[in-house]
Write a protein of this length. Structure first.
Length: 319
């Protein structure tokens, strides 16, 4: 008599073994988006101001008893950016919420969560894009590089005006093999009064930065050290998580969805993301069509950024 085993006729009534966990492999972190403060911007165009002071002078002395000279007041600089509406649509058959599925009890809610994650990634890309603002016919906000004038550029590169109206010209590509490019842009930001704290870059540039000879060599500004309190195998470190520059520590932050070939040095005290409703995004039901339901996840977003506080290093390759 044959043994009754699962590989035989028993497979006709064997239950499936399906994990209730659905792995999400694609990167969905959005550090630039997360680090920026949030503001309410209830208009299709958002305006803000920042103030510059006159240059310091070492000969600002007057004769005793001299009359006061007329002097114009210091007017602030006014900048603006447009609100862009970015969306992710969804359509789910009703049956999905009535059957057992892996990954959660409600498939509609799971799909809404996934669409929201995708939308945040789109916002990360838009906020860091080297794309000028536009009033229409499809309005969009200008990205960070269009407001930054403290730049390190490749040959033939050119700074933007700094008001979001035009993009930076990155110039000829160059390998990220020296810290000098970062120091050049950082010095410009410092001289303009900026104090950037974060350096955002794509993962390939993070790896290239870690391998810069003058960034991770012994005695260099970004030296990594391991302190052990007990006897254990030594860990090999091939990463640099920060740059201790002449003007303080800058944290290196990888972002998978930001502009490529560029490092953005940002002072979060002088940059923010704005939303018309004060919240990051909202869900809107679009009604039912037959035996399915439709929805949209929407974000009405803009960027506020003061040009002098930040820096950018353009036209970089990881090779």
């Amino acid at each position: 008599m044959a043994t009754f085993v699962p590989s035989g006729p028993g497979t006709r009534h064997e239950r499936e073994s399906l994990s209730d966990f659905i792995a999400l492999i694609d990167p969905y972190e959005t550090p630039v988006y997360n680090d920026l403060a949030t503001k309410t911007t209830p208009a299709t165009r958002h305006d803000w101001t920042y103030q510059d002071l006159t240059a310091s002078a070492d000969d600002n002395f007057q004769a005793y008893g001299a009359d006061s000279a007329d002097s114009d007041g210091l007017a602030p600089t006014r900048l603006d950016n447009y609100i862009g509406e970015t969306t992710k649509d969804g359509k789910i058959a009703d049956i999905y919420d009535n059957i057992n599925t892996a990954g959660g009890e409600n498939e509609t809610e799971r799909q809404e969560m996934l669409k929201a994650l995708e939308l945040r990634r789109d916002c990360e890309a838009a906020l860091t894009a080297n794309t000028a603002k536009s009033a229409g016919p499809t309005p969009r906000p200008g990205g960070m590089p269009t407001y930054i004038t403290n730049n390190s550029l490749g040959a033939t590169g050119a700074d933007p005006v700094g008001d979001g109206s035009d993009a930076a010209t990155p110039g000829t590509a160059r390998a990220l093999d020296t810290i000098a490019y970062i120091d050049e842009a950082l010095l410009k930001a410092r001289e303009a009064g900026g104090k950037p704290r974060y350096m955002y870059m794509r993962p390939d540039l993070v790896q290239a930065f870690s391998n810069i000879p003058d960034a991770n060599a012994a005695g260099a500004a970004s030296l990594n050290q391991i302190n052990q309190t007990a006897t254990q195998p030594l860990t090999s470190v091939g990463a640099v998580s920060g740059y201790l520059s002449d003007f303080g520590l800058l944290e290196v932050v990888p972002s998978d969805h930001m502009i490529a070939a560029t490092i953005l040095g940002v002072d979060p005290n002088y940059a923010a993301k704005g939303f018309t409703n004060g919240g990051e995004m909202y869900r809107k039901d679009l009604g039912e069509v037959g035996t399915s339901k439709r929805f949209v996840i929407c974000s009405q977003i803009t960027l506020e950024m003061s040009a002098n506080a930040h820096f950018a290093v353009h036209a970089l390759t990881a090779e």
